[in-house]
Write a protein that binds this ligand. Structure first.
Ligand code: ADP
Length: 459
């Protein structure tokens, strides 16, 4: 057992601020890092201490400077580092280096990061745990010939995926053999530039599935719990835009089977700390594993709202060595975890829906947010006068709504989105308003094709 006095967050934007808040409530001092390009970014001012890193490096590279970050941590008596999501959060080498320096990495072990960071290895782990996976190649494919063979055997459409992919990148859908060669070349070159690894594998492409994911927590005693599911089917280009918890349309027996499959996989792996197991669910209610995210996710907020469990604080407590049965965590068994009501999260971004979601930049001349009962805001770099630079992802603020039923949660979300006044930089708020009042969204009967197949959302 180790009590943290000081935690450094190796991240920026809303997730850095989210983690500082969790630490402060636990009586832990907080340390921010900021790049030169982020010298006026909000997260810098939300921590007890802040240090410039990566001078002379690029804006993203600054936050990826493992040795620079460790040096700041050591110089300032930091006990533990939280990596947030993205950046170094799935870098096994970073987790290992922290450990070597006696700094606790708030997350799973380096071995689990490595195993789940590679989608081919993760699939193998799912198969070993008896979890259904989508028919696919068990190894990265070595040649076009192998891809052709897979198409012949399983039929089209198929999807080419980068083994170390993430964020919806490095994926290509192929609908007939004639498209295969070009798609393979493109997927490989996209994988090389985005992830520095050209390994790709192939899966059968499922038509109109739902994306259902299960939030998992594991402690050092080998106990693994689930916090039920999130429905993340509202996606654009395979990237999540609006998330809902719990899923509105999932029958209870199917929900239970999916949550138990996720538990089984993570128990089998001996997983510690927070993670998410993702599945695709077909219209005929078959479910298939797709991947594990060994970190806190953008959409963890809605699970917190329906369960009342603070996932980030739990991550910190687990990293300190506490077990679920300890009063500090107070969730001795699965029966202690229940859900209440429905929560929806919208990702407000500085993207222009009328320009094919091109990122917009500039100064925020006005920023006034919505709010009220049942609304949670996780703000990134948003305040009047903030500079929105082109260097980082375009997430401005996460808006989450909670209510006793789904329709009230949707009404609350729509009302809140309409209250926002943001000037100077374009946002996707009008698009989000269209989504949350669409009849097919409100029915809960939507799948991953929802956005791409509805032109009316873009008006
Ligand atoms: P990433 O790590 O980039 O987020 P995922 O493997 O989690 O990639 O997939 C992201 C999304 O891509 C899924 O939610 C789903 O919409 C789509 N997708 C991935 N694999 C398949 C598949 N085999 N069939 C249909 N859709 C898929």
């Amino acid at each position: 057992m180790r009590t943290f006095n000081k935690v450094l967050v190796a991240n920026r934007g809303e997730i850095a601020i989210r983690i500082f808040r969790a630490c402060t409530e636990l009586g832990i001092r907080t340390v921010a890092l900021y790049s030169e390009q982020d010298h006026t970014a909000l997260h810098r001012f939300k921590a007890d201490e802040a240090y410039l890193i990566g001078q002379g490096k690029g804006p993203v590279e600054a936050y990826l400077d493992i040795e620079g970050i460790i040096e700041v941590a050591k110089r300032n008596d930091v006990d533990a580092i939280h990596p947030g999501y993205g950046l170094l959060s799935e870098n096994a080498e970073f987790a290992r280096r922290c450990e070597e320096e006696g700094i606790v990495f708030i997350g799973p072990s380096a071995e689990h990061i490595q195993m789940f960071g590679d989608k081919v290895d993760a699939r193998a782990a799912a198969v070993a745990a008896g979890i259904p996976v989508i028919p696919g190649t068990p190894e990265p494919i070595a040649s076009l010939q192998e891809a052709i063979l897979f198409g012949k055997e399983h039929g089209y459409p198929i999807i080419i995926k980068a083994a170390s992919g993430g964020g919806g990148r490095g994926m290509r859908i192929v609908r007939e053999q004639g498209e295969l060669e070009e798609a393979l070349d493109r997927a490989r070159s996209e994988a090389r530039s985005a992830f520095g690894n050209t390994a790709v594998y192939i899966e059968k492409f499922l038509e109109q599935p739902k994306h259902i994911e299960v939030q998992i927590l594991g402690d050092h005693t080998g106990k693994v719990l689930h916090l039920f599911e999130r429905d993340c089917s509202i996606q654009r280009r395979h990237q999540k835009v609006v998330e809902v918890a719990p899923s509105v349309s999932l029958p209870d027996d199917l929900r239970l089977r999916i949550c138990n499959a996720a538990l089984e996989l993570m128990k089998n792996a001996g997983y510690v700390n927070a993670g998410t197991v993702e599945f695709l669910v077909t219209p005929d209610h078959q479910f298939y594993f797709i991947e594990v995210n060994p970190r806190v996710q953008v959409e963890h907020t809605i699970t917190e709202m329906i369960t009342g469990i603070d996932i980030v604080q739990t991550q910190i407590r687990i990293a300190e060595g506490y077990a679920f049965r300890d009063p500090e965590l107070g969730i001795p068994s699965q029966e202690n975890i229940t859900t209440n009501g429905f929560a929806i999260q919208c990702r407000v971004t500085t993207e222009d829906p009328r320009q094919n979601f091109a990122p917009d930049t500039g100064r925020l001349l006005a920023y006034r947010s919505g709010g009220g009962f049942g609304i949670r805001l996780d703000v990134g770099n948003a305040y009047p006068g903030a500079d929105i630079t082109p260097h980082y992802d375009s997430l401005l603020v996460k808006v989450s709504s909670w209510a006793l039923n789904f329709s009230q949660a949707s009404n609350k979300m729509l009302r809140t989105l309409r209250e926002f006044r943001i000037r100077g930089v374009k946002t996707n708020i009008s698009f989000l308003e269209n989504v949350v009042q669409h009849p097919d969204f409100l029915s809960g009967e939507y799948d991953t094709s929802f956005i791409d197949s509805r032109q009316e959302l873009f008006t």
